[in-house]
Design a protein around this ligand. Structure first.
Ligand code: SF4
Length: 278
C-alpha cells in the first residue's frame, strides 16, 4: 500500500495548472507546424501566429491564452493507494494555489445563476477512476469556454447509423465556425448514455494527438471524420483554409440496443493537458 500525503497532491496540481496554461505539448506543436505547411495565404499567416504565440508563451513563461479555463481533472487511483486526507480537497487547494501563484485568470463562478466569481478558479471538475496498482495519476486539462461552449451531446437512434454520427459531428463543427478558435481537436464519444458519451468524448482529448484508436471501426471513423472536417473549409480561426481539425478522436462504450448517444467535445488549438504520476 502506497501512502500519499494530500500536500504532495496539492503541490503537484498547482505546478501542473501553471505548466498546462503555459507550455504546449510537443505533439500538439508539431501537429500545428505540419498543418501550417499545408496552408497558403491568410490561413498560413494565422497558423504562423498561433505557433509564434505558443512559442512565446513557453519562452516568457506566460499563459498561451487569456482564457486559462475551468480546471478539468482526471484522476486514476490505484487500489493500493491510500491518501492521508481528502483527495478532492487536496486537488482544489492545488488549483487555488496554481491559479493564484501563476497569475492565471480565475474563470469560475460559484453558481451559474448568481455568477459570483470564486476568485481562485475552484472547484475543479474532478473525475475519479479506480485502477489496478499503487499509482496515483493526475491529468490537468484546463478547458476554455470558447471551445467547451461549442460542444454538444445528441441522443441518436441506431437507425441514424454512421451517417447520422458524421452528420452530427460535421454540423457541430461547421456551426461553431471560428468561435472555438480552430484548428480543433475534435473528441467524439459514442455509446453509453448521455453523461457517459460526454465523458468519453472529453477523455478522448487526452490521447496523444497522433494516436489512433485500436478499435478498427473507431479508427476508420476517425480517419473519415478528419477528412470530412478538413474539407469543410472552416479553416484556422474560421477564416477559411485546409485545416479545421488537427485530429479527431473517437472513443466508444457499450450502449442500450435502442440508443446511439453521441457527444462531440470541441478542443481549440490551445490543446492543453499535463500529467503527473505519484
Ligand atoms: S477557445 Fe481556446 S484559444 Fe480560443 S479563447 Fe478559448 S481557450 Fe483561448
Amino acid at each position: 500500500m502506497k501512502n500519499i500525503e494530500p500536500s504532495v497532491i496539492t503541490e503537484n496540481v498547482a505546478r501542473l495548472c501553471i505548466e498546462a496554461a503555459t507550455y504546449i505539448e510537443n505533439d500538439v506543436l508539431s501537429c500545428l507546424r505540419r498543418a501550417m505547411e499545408r496552408e497558403e495565404g491568410l490561413s498560413k499567416e494565422i497558423m504562423q501566429q498561433i505557433i509564434e504565440n505558443d512559442e512565446l508563451a513557453t519562452r516568457e513563461h506566460v499563459p498561451m491564452c487569456q482564457d486559462t479555463g475551468i480546471t478539468v481533472v482526471f484522476v486514476e487511483i490505484g487500489y493500493d493507494v491510500h491518501i492521508n486526507g481528502d483527495l478532492y480537497d487536496a486537488i482544489n487547494k492545488g488549483i487555488s494555489k496554481g491559479y493564484t501563484e501563476g497569475y492565471l485568470r480565475k474563470s469560475v463562478v460559484k453558481s451559474p445563476l448568481n455568477r459570483v466569481n470564486t476568485k481562485d478558479n475552484t472547484p475543479g471538475i474532478i473525475h475519479v477512476k479506480f485502477v489496478k496498482g499503487d499509482n496515483l495519476k493526475i491529468t490537468i486539462c484546463p478547458k476554455g469556454a470558447g471551445s467547451e461552449n461549442m460542444s454538444k451531446v445528441k441522443m441518436l437512434v441506431p437507425a441514424d447509423g454512421i451517417d447520422g454520427i458524421k452528420k452530427f459531428v460535421l454540423e457541430t463543427v461547421t456551426e461553431a465556425g471560428g468561435r472555438p478558435c480552430p484548428p480543433l481537436v475534435v473528441g467524439v464519444g459514442i455509446g453509453g448514455d448521455t453523461e457517459k458519451a460526454a465523458l468519453i468524448a472529453k477523455e478522448s482529448l487526452l490521447r496523444p494527438i497522433d494516436d489512433e484508436s485500436d478499435d478498427p471501426d473507431a479508427n476508420k471513423l476517425e480517419k473519415e471524420l478528419y477528412e470530412m472536417l478538413n474539407k469543410s473549409g472552416v479553416g484556422p480561426m474560421g477564416l477559411g483554409g485546409k485545416t479545421t481539425a488537427l485530429a479527431v478522436k473517437v472513443n466508444l462504450y457499450p450502449c442500450h440496443i435502442a440508443s446511439l448517444p453521441v457527444a462531440v467535445n470541441i478542443q481549440c488549438h490551445a490543446s492543453r493537458h499535463k500529467v503527473v504520476i505519484l
